[in-house]
Write a protein that binds this ligand. Structure first.
Ligand code: SF4
Length: 213
């Protein structure tokens, strides 16, 4: 199984090359982006990030009235809900004095549980933040990863954490590998393994159960 997962990674990496994620200038921008991207496309997030850029410092976002924050992030959709989620996240972040170095010293499981206790932070968002802001090697089980692994014919569990652990159990705990793996799966789902797959010239064609000839 280790060989299988590593092979998927290797083939994607060889084909698409390093992705260099997350697309953000700072870890704080990354965290905000991970909430903004819930239920929307990255192009909408980009518009919201342009609006909020002048305020992209923890103290400034924490001080912004929630109504103003909601208007700034309006292009990302569900902006009232997302403004509440960002405010809830900021409350938690403040408990660490907005200090990412302090957070990185916390035990991984405890940190994940703390993130999951924030209203509006589900497993996928928590894991994206753990991976891309707090340098925790973790596999993100998003809709793209599920689609690709199921199509490849991998016997993956239904539940988020069982799926994640099945991969983490056999791959090395390598931050760069997990960083690239998630980004490569997203790229692959956008280029080849779309809702209607374009299997011709797919880098995983030879190892895929669902390939369309
Ligand atoms: S061969 Fe087709 S279904 Fe299989 S991974 Fe590639 S694009 Fe997806």
């Amino acid at each position: 199984m280790k060989y299988d997962y590593q092979l998927i990674y290797n083939k994607l990496f060889e084909h698409y090359g390093p992705q260099g994620w997350w697309p953000a200038e700072t870890a704080f921008e990354m965290m905000i982006g991970s909430i903004l991207v819930q239920n929307t496309s990255w192009s909408n997030v980009d518009k919201a990030l342009i609006n909020i850029k002048p305020f992209l410092h923890p103290e400034l976002v924490a001080q912004l009235p929630i109504e103003d924050l909601a208007q700034l992030i309006r292009p990302s959709g569900f902006f009232n809900i997302k403004a509440k989620r960002i405010k809830a996240y900021m409350e938690w972040f403040k408990t660490y004095d907005y200090d990412i170095h302090k957070i990185k010293k916390v035990d991984r499981l405890q940190l994940r549980n703390e993130l999951l206790s924030i209203k509006g932070i589900g497993r996928e968002t928590a894991d994206v933040i753990l991976l891309y802001a707090f340098d925790t090697p973790i596999f993100i089980v998003d809709a793209y990863a599920k689609r690709i692994f199921y199509r490849l014919g991998k016997n993956m569990p239904e539940s988020y954490d069982a799926f994640r652990k099945q991969i983490e159990k056999v791959l090395p705990s390598d931050l760069n590998l997990y960083n690239e793996f998630h980004a490569l799966l997203v790229e692959h789902a956008k280029v080849h393994c779309k809702a209607t797959p374009i299997c011709e010239k797919c880098p995983l064609f030879e190892i895929c159960d669902r390939r369309l000839n």
